[in-house]
Design a binder for this molecule. Structure first.
Ligand code: FMN
Length: 204
């Protein structure tokens, strides 16, 4: 869990053996889900032109975000790589289908987001399994959902939750990229730990 890293610059581009990919996807598919709804799907994207189109869209969205930043933040952000869409070996797009197992999804009646939480657990399983296999994973969220729906033929009710860049890596850095570049640091555990009641604290 501590070795896992969000990966962008370290991909080698070498192919992922089919058996390894299968194990990683099986680990994702073994995740817990609200009402056993298993609301995820996985779209494996290898096609160069599809990946290039997505990468171009991500770059445009990067500029949208960059335009919102002030001087110091803009300067730090300009040095941070936010995707390895073309450098990785393949993309895995993970989606959420709220209609899977509906209408009576056991445990979702009060918290609609529980379906989305389930998809995130599948992604975390995938990420950890890939790490154990010596692969890097980079989560890309600089995109508009409608763009990715259109690009991959995803139906309107289904939400693309993540584009994951996946592949062999030269190494997994000890420190997150954002920390290394001075964007933000991991908080001490005690800053987020409460006993008995949620106590008031300054958010950082
Ligand atoms: C929901 C989610 C979306 C993310 N989106 C991006 C992204 O678009 N680009 C990126 O470079 N990293 C993205 N990340 C990775 C985070 O920046 C990274 O997890 C964080 O900096 C901590 O680093 P670590 O994962 O290496 O521990 C995302 C992570 C999550 C959980």
């Amino acid at each position: 869990m501590h070795r896992r890293r969000d990966t962008r610059a370290e991909f080698t581009g070498e192919p992922v053996p089919e058996a390894v990919l299968r194990r990683v996807l099986a680990a994702a598919h073994a995740a817990p889900s609200v009402g056993l709804s298993q609301p995820w799907d996985f779209v494996v994207v290898r096609d160069e032109s599809t990946r290039r189109a997505f990468r171009d869209h991500v770059h445009a969205e990067r500029s949208v975000f960059a335009a919102q930043l002030d001087g110091e933040r803009a300067e730090v952000f300009s040095r941070i790589k936010i995707e390895g869409v073309l450098e990785s070996s393949l993309g895995i797009v993970v989606t959420y289908d709220p209609e899977r197992g509906s209408p009576a999804v056991l445990g979702r009646h009060a918290i609609a987001d529980a379906g989305l939480y389930s998809v995130c657990l599948a992604i975390q399983n995938l990420w950890l399994a890939a790490t154990a296999e010596g692969l890097g994973v980079g989560w890309v969220s600089f995109y508009r959902e409608d763009f990715l729906r259109h690009l991959l033929g995803i139906p309107g009710r289904v939400r693309p939750v993540a584009w994951l860049c996946v592949g062999p890596v030269r190494n997994l850095p000890d420190t997150p990229d954002l920390e290394r570049h001075g964007w933000r640091s991991r908080l001490p555990l005690d800053d987020v730990l409460h006993q008995e009641r949620y106590s008031q604290r300054t958010s950082r």
